[in-house]
Design a protein around this ligand. Sequence first.
Ligand SMILES: [Zn+2]
Length: 693
Amino acid sequence: MQPALVNTTIKQGSAEMKYILILAVAVLVAACGPSGQDGETSPIAQTDIDSVIGKLLEQHGSEHEFRITRGVNQTAALWRRADGDPEAFETFCLQRFIADREELDLVFDRLAVNFEYLFGYMGRIGFELKRRIHEDRGPIHPVDQIFAAYNPSAHVQQDLFGNKIAFIITLNFPNYSLEEKNELGKEWSDRQWGYARLGDLFTARVPARIIQENSKVYSEAQLYISEYNIYAGQLRDEQGRQLFPEGMKLLSHWNIRDEIKSNYGQPRGLPKQEMLYRVMLRIINQDIPVQVINSPGFQWNPQTNELFKEGEALPAQPEGVTRYQHLLNNFHSMQRLDPYYPNLNTYIKRRFESGMEIPREEVKRLFKEYAASPLIRETAELISLRLGRPLRPFDLWYNGFVGRAGISEENLSRITQSRYPDARSMNDDLPRILRDLGYERKTAELIASKIEVDPARGSGHAYGASMREMPSHLRTRIGADGMDYKGYNIAVHEFGHNVEQTISLHRVNNPFISGVPNTAFTEALAFMFQKRDLQLLGIQQRDPMMEHLEVLNIFWDNYEMMGVSLVDMMVWEWLYEHSKADARRLKEAVIRIAREVWNEYYADVFGEKDIPLLAIYSHMIQSPLYLMNYPYGRLIMYQLEDYIKGRDFAKETLRMFSIGRVTPEHWMHRAVGEQISNQPIFTAAEKALKAMR
Ligand SMILES: [Zn+2]
């Protein structure tokens, strides 16, 4: 029950959140600032830039050359007509460049304190205004929804450009590329990392109308996906039989996949899985009849693509290219941002170099190595043996490796429901959970005091604090008769996020490096907690195979994730190479790429070629280039677990998550002394496979 496919952590202090905040901020600039092409580009010519650099060098000496050159260039790129003419630009640079070390330190400290208050309280206000939507506090009034959608910090970025604090930062705290951070960062102290992270804050100034257009495109794609339901009860097989219960509604692709998963070992499970697999292929190929999307009014045979209404055959109208049109729209909207990012002029660069901070080539190399591993082939043989049949493509979602220490989920729920009848009881138990994981009493109490448990409306999430004076929140679903096992399992996962959020906020050197390098790192600790959920209920693992089963479960799961992620990446590469393509050509390309990845890494495992199944993920359409975070979270978890084995869990996690938001390369080096690799999970899988034999 790992909530792997929902973004379960909301962290205000993270790089991505700041990015989103800044983007959201600029939306309102349109109403007040200059509009049209004129106000959108820098009026500062190269000759002006060179002249300012020359004067500053003369004034302060060549030992400041790097900071001067980069600072002036970066400031010029973000300068707009409304900020002043080239003369005002020169005056600003000459007056505001800080050559003196002590003064620079002083300004850094002022910014650290003030930004923690500014962004901290803004985050806090936003958090409070969303409470009634996030927490189960009775009916939602329309006014609650308006408050939840309201962004109190919407004008902050504009204000910081207006009063030129943003420019003081761009002029004095250089923005480094990922390559530079990885190279120069070896020598940096935590404080110097803070300088570098401050330099990441203002790197683009996107016109408001573009941001407005983009958020419209983005929400249209979200809406398209959120309403893409298949009524499984209306599906028919060749004999006209209905295999699924009336009214069963499956949101693509998540619920369809989960339904495939839950049919392993079930009576009539295989024909149901085959049927859902056909549905997926029809969605990918877009020959699915539009009539059956989000509508229970028709009966449909996904195998033959025949459509019926009350026994009468009807002509099916294929969906066509809508799915790919949304992806294409997302591409065009991201492409519109490109010219405003001087150094990160493609969405691909922004996702990998600034969002994830791992080079794309490295991600691809790791995924390909994983997917090609002979251990995958061995695992596949084992699955085939357990199923008693050759593998089918949908066995990508085989879930027969899960076990619960021989205790049924029902019995586990009985235990968790009596232990946690309400949020309060879980809240009171947090220090004990931490002590059981090995944290010293004082540390356990301190961390637990910074975390509050609330009953969630949705499945749950961890909402990180935006400032030290605020607790982070663990949102989890609690039924009328208490927390069931599923809720508990998710709660322990979210608690892991909260512990990371607390350590990486309170124990770092300065607020600019609070947090972790990227989403995958917080997922790693969440998975580590979640893995220990039974132990925390005092249940000893009687079945020695349990751990091996779990390894294979994750090992297989990651294989699927890496495939869909490779397709996602290759599609975006294709898009940038064919930026004039229409939705029809994009559709052909996605299907071709999905088949190519399949043929290279999956066809030998599943015994069938040219299957486009890896193109089914909805993330590709609504949140492009996000998927790679999931398998990375698991790889990092194995690496940390491997290191911690035989060491002190509490001491080591405290140490690692106090490193802060350096780049993944430096974080891994400081945490475990090596880089992210497939080796630890390979070793674990090899051991598990041996034990299973
Ligand atoms: Zn999570």
